[in-house]
Design a protein around this ligand. Sequence first.
Ligand code: G3I
Length: 320
Amino acid sequence: AGLHAAAVAKGKVYFGSATDNGELTDAAYLAQLSNKEDFGQITPGNAQKWDSIEPTQGTFSYTKGDVIADLAAKNDQKLRCHTLVWHSQLPSWVSSGTWTNETLIAAMKNHITNVVTHYKGKCYAWDVVNEALNEDGTYRTNIFYQTIGEAYLPIAFATAAAADPDVKLYYNDYNIESSGSKSTGAQRIIKLVQQYGAKIDGVGLQAHLIVGSTPSQSAQATNLAAFAALGVDIAYTELDIRMTLPSTAALLAQQATDYKNTVAACVANTKCIGVTIWDYTDKYSWVPSVFSGQGAALPWDENLAKKPAYEAILSALGGT
Ligand code: G3I
């Protein structure tokens, strides 16, 4: 059995991977991505972002996102849809537009309503708002916060729920995998949306982690318990664990331990419903292009061979 099969046997909804349109012409890559023993869920890495779908106001382009959605349907994999409201990969007509409270709310609602309606019935979950927080837990000053204030968060969730009452709605962020100011900030956002009377189903912990400084299983367990106490589901949504290159046997062993601790923390919390890695092979990881000299962050190497992290994840999921 593979990662997804083992996750399901543990009562989880899925184990999955992100992917991206350009990689799908790689036949060997596509074959492993489509192997449902390992992956019961996929996430489009870029295809559903605002700049991809609505590059100019009111013109919606679903071609790339539909390729990933169709692939998920063909493979009988769940689709995590990513993402509706984010400061990055935001077209300049939004980020540099001249807005009032009223006009930006209208543009945001129009985007969310169109996109969620288009994918209605196809997504297991939407990352409704992505990365709204600074590291100290205060709100990031993006165009939405600057123009609308914190109300943009509950408005976004309420708009998504109105367009598709059945899809699960998540707040998603990084560096919220252990307790601290930013994790507390994410808990504040969940409570804000709940107090507004809007639906929020889950929190996504991106988990872009670092070999040797990944939070321990017990530190992650404490953090998961704080989110679970708010009544929301939890998912690890973008897990990868990077190292300073070159990769060595010792680093690969530490990486395996770090993956095991993270996946085991999810296994141990009944509100944690699944784990997604941010692509599965080092061949297509985003890490080296952003963190110079770092990489090798995923459980499959650049030749699509399994690394020690694979067996560690499988064993954390109770598989063999
Ligand atoms: O599509 C263009 C292509 O036309 C152009 O030729 C090429 C030249 O550089 O760029 C292509 O766009 C790139 C895009 O990925 C698609 O490959 C962008 O430059 C590049 O910045 C973009 O990076 C993405 C990144 O988000 C942007 O913030 C990564 O692929 C994607 O994995 C990454 O994902 C994010 C999550 O959405 C949110 N959490 C963090 C995570 C990692 O940064």
